[in-house]
Design a binder for this molecule. Structure first.
Ligand SMILES: O=C(O)C1=C[C@@H](OP(=O)(O)O)[C@@H](O)[C@H](O)C1
Ligand SMILES: C=C(OP(=O)(O)O)C(=O)O
Length: 737
């Protein structure tokens, strides 16, 4: 709570009186004072017990408060500040709530010569089309943003006191410069209001009998709700923020022009490209608003509480393969024709890839229940995106994009979240430079990456220093744009989805021993893609069933590409009871239903050739090892240290918490199986670590709390529902951090 000696709110409209209501409700103990020129508003505020004392003259109450909130219209604010300034004491602080800041500050400077140090310009981003003291709402600021725009003269202590005021009402406080605030608000608030006013006015004037209102459907209602707002207030906003509003209007008009052209010429693809980009952006905005996206959730801690024990029984299908989902969008976008994808993974990683192609002008329908339709633009049809492409948490996306963007005629920048920004990108930047690409990285070869177009790539012979399907795929994609032949040699077999899918799209990739070979200058032809369930997601359930007495589980339609089945080979070698049922081939990829039952596991030395084939499944295989008899040894797995987290360290730390005996090495780990307990482990924001420790709870002596699990949404959005469905008891807790 603010430690103010009385808070005075001048202006008892919705904003001012809601602030009073919120302070009252949240337990502010000092005196609340209110002032409004309209004496009825003062009387109502007293009656509603929003204020302890009220008046129609601000001067009369000024000395009784240490903090004053000026909740009056923007146009009258400079005059009021000028009028009160001579009486302000050094211990007093004032703030305002106006929705434009630049013109207000200028007008105050004109009156007073400079901005007073005690005035903190502010703007709560909250409101409603309702107005007046009787609409006061104590929740109005809860989880809403308040933007403060202090200037050079503003006293930092004054800013801190105003921040405290708003935080006490549940608001999130942020600071922006005056100019930045006005430009952002012009786009996000002033422009939409202007459009709503104009649309209703235009339609209503043209429709004498006001038929539109009789037949207006939800769309009209939703779009025009804000046209009911206070006209005087909005006139003042447009007078005050003229230049920024005009700039926003210019951008809007050029967007409408594009859409108009598409409608006029009947260009369905152009329409779809604009509409689907907007629709997706709106849904994305919704998940941010509802705190559903992991990026929004990252601000808070999503914690899993996994009860110890539980059973594993049933028949489930885990979501689509992440590696194939990324590649389906990429090749579909670059193909000629329309690609229909089934089984697409609607996780944040593959959605980031999808969004990036929309930003490069590709029309994509969906995803809807795993179905995506991509209107390919051909190998040379991508358009330069307006800004950097944000690839979230996805190493696969960033590395594969590097290859295909190196072949474009425009320049792009690739960025990602905090985890991706720590991951090594030199492994792709260096060989791409050998092909003639021009790529800049941040220090240490980390993202962001800037990839300059028009470079004229040439094929190379490349010996990969590490077994990485991402590097191999990056170079094969660049190889399509290169002159001559590109050969990539891998030190151990890695997943070959790129090669298979390219071949499926009519672009041949040869295999000679340990080399994948592609010729430049070909083309891709669209075709349907059926993405099987992801064996990396299935792995959590394979281990869950293998370690749990009486378990019997069937996982449907799982991809069992030979370059991905390390987890099956390793578990079988440990003695697991796995059956591959109804093996079949779907769209060039082998698929099976996998039945797993409990059996006694024994420790093994994991064969090194299986490491790349089980690279993402190793964390959960450590849990199998913790439940096996004897020691399981892993070596030559230092790649685990450069994934979403340092997975060797993250797993070792968690195993220590549970009391599982182990020894960590630079490139591996020894784990001795046995009984273990529970405790609080940290996933370090890594989805695979979070899910591995969830599975560990099945055999733990006590519950396991897993911190920082929002990231599970990147690869396995329904994980919690599925584990609970088969018999684990895991609940999600949200902890504000
Ligand atoms: O090509 C791919 O789709 C992937 C390759 C692997 O990475 P590396 O190539 O870095 O080993 C794997 O860990 C990642 O989850 C997906
Ligand atoms: C390593 C992984 O993904 P990426 O490299 O795409 O971030 C993973 O999913 O485990």
């Amino acid at each position: 709570m603010p430690d103010e000696q009385g808070i005075l709110v001048i202006g008892l409209g919705l904003i001012g009186s809601s602030l009073l209501a919120a302070l009252r409700k949240n337990g502010y103990q000092g005196r609340l004072l209110g002032c409004d020129r309209d004496k009825d508003s003062v009387a109502t505020a007293l009656e509603m017990q929003l204020i302890d004392e009220g008046h129609t003259e601000p001067q009369a109450m000024l000395s009784s408060a240490s903090l004053v909130v000026l909740a009056v219209p923007v146009m009258t604010l400079p005059e009021l500040v000028g009028h009160l300034a001579p009486s302000v004491r050094p211990d007093q602080v004032m703030t305002d709530v106006g929705s434009t800041k630049g013109a207000m500050c200028e007008a105050i400077i004109r009156r007073l010569g400079e901005m007073p140090s005690w005035l903190v310009p502010g703007h709560p981003i909250a409101g409603s089309e309702r107005s007046g003291v009787s609409a006061a709402n104590a929740e109005l600021y809860c989880r809403h943003r308040v933007i403060l725009t202090p200037v050079d003269q503003t006293a930092p202590t004054a800013v801190t006191r105003v921040e405290k005021l708003w935080r006490a009402c549940g608001a999130e406080v942020e600071t922006l410069s005056v100019e930045h605030h006005d430009a952002v608000l012009a786009r996000t608030s002033h422009l939409p209001h202007l459009l709503a006013f104009s649309l209703v006015d235009g339609l209503a004037r043209r429709d004498e009998r006001l038929e539109i209102f009789r037949y207006a459907a939800g769309g009209f209602r939703d779009f025009t709700r804000i046209a009911g707002s206070d006209p005087v207030m909005w006139r003042d906003i447009y007078l005050a923020n003229r230049d920024a509003v005009l700039a926003a209007l210019n951008e809007f008009e050029s967007g409408v022009k594009q859409l108009r052209q598409a409608v006029e010429s009947g260009d369905g693809d152009a329409m779809l490209s604009i509409l689907s980009r907007a629709s997706h952006a709106r849904h994305y905005f919704d998940t941010l608003l509802n705190q559903k996206s992991y990026q929004a959730m990252e601000q808070r801690n999503i914690r899993y509480r996994a009860a110890h024990g539980g059973k594993v029984q049933g028949r489930i299908r885990v979501p689509g393969d992440k590696s194939m989902s990324h590649r389906a969008i990429m090749l579909g976008a670059l193909a000629e024709g329309v690609t229909e994808v089934e089984g697409f993974l609607e996780g944040e990683d593959s959605l980031a890839t999808l969004q990036a192609f929309r930003e490069m002008g590709v029309a994509i329908e969906g995803p809807h229940q795993g179905r995506v339709v991509i209107h390919g633009v051909g190998l040379h049809g991508l358009k330069q995106p307006a800004g950097a492409l944000y690839l979230g948490n996805s190493g696969t996306a960033m590395r594969l994009f590097s290859g295909l963007l190196a072949g474009q005629s425009f320049t792009t920048t690739l960025t990602g979240d905090a985890s991706l920004t720590r991951r090594p990108m030199d492994r792709v930047a260096q060989p791409l430079r050998l092909m003639g690409a021009s790529i800049e990285t941040a220090e240490g070869g980390r993202p962001p990456l800037s990839i300059h177009g028009k470079q004229g790539l040439r094929g190379i012979d490349y010996d990969m220093p590490m077994a990485s399907a991402q590097v191999k795929s990056c170079l094969l994609l660049a190889g399509m744009y290169a002159e001559g032949t590109t050969r990539v040699r891998e030190p151990a077999t890695t997943r070959d989805h790129t090669e298979r899918m390219l071949t499926g799209f009519g672009y041949p990739v040869r295999r000679e021993g340990d080399q994948a070979i592609i010729e430049g200058g070909g083309r891709l032809t669209a075709g349907p893609i059926d993405v099987p369930a992801d064996i990396s997601s299935a792995a959590f359930f394979l281990v869950a069933a293998a370690i749990t007495p009486e378990a019997d589980l069937v996982l449907e339609h799982v991809g069992i590409n030979p370059t991905r089945i390390g987890v099956i080979n390793i578990l079988r070698q440990m003695g697991a009871n796995l059956e591959l049922l109804d093996q079949r081939e779907v769209g060039g990829e082998p698929v099976a239903d996998i039945r797993v039952r409990h059996s006694r596991l024994k420790g093994i030395d994991i064969p090194v050739d299986q490491v790349p084939l089980a690279i993402d499944e190793l964390p959960v295989l450590f849990i199998a090892a913790a439940n096996a008899e004897g020691v399981t040894r892993l070596r030559e797995a230092s790649e685990l240290r450069v994934k979403e987290s340092d997975r060797l360290q993250a797993m070792a730390d968690g195993l220590t918490v549970l009391g599982v005996e182990h020894t960590l090495y630079e490139d591996g780990i020894d784990i001795t199986g046995g009984h273990y307990g529970g405790g609080r482990v940290d996933s370090l924001g890594d989805h695979r670590i979070a899910m591995a420790f969830t599975v560990a709870a099945l055999r733990a002596g006590e519950d396991i709390l897993i911190e920082d699990c929002a990231n599970v949404a990147t690869s396995f959005p329904d994980f919690l529902q599925l584990v609970n469905r088969i018999g684990l008891r895991v609940e999600e807790q949200t902890v504000d951090s």
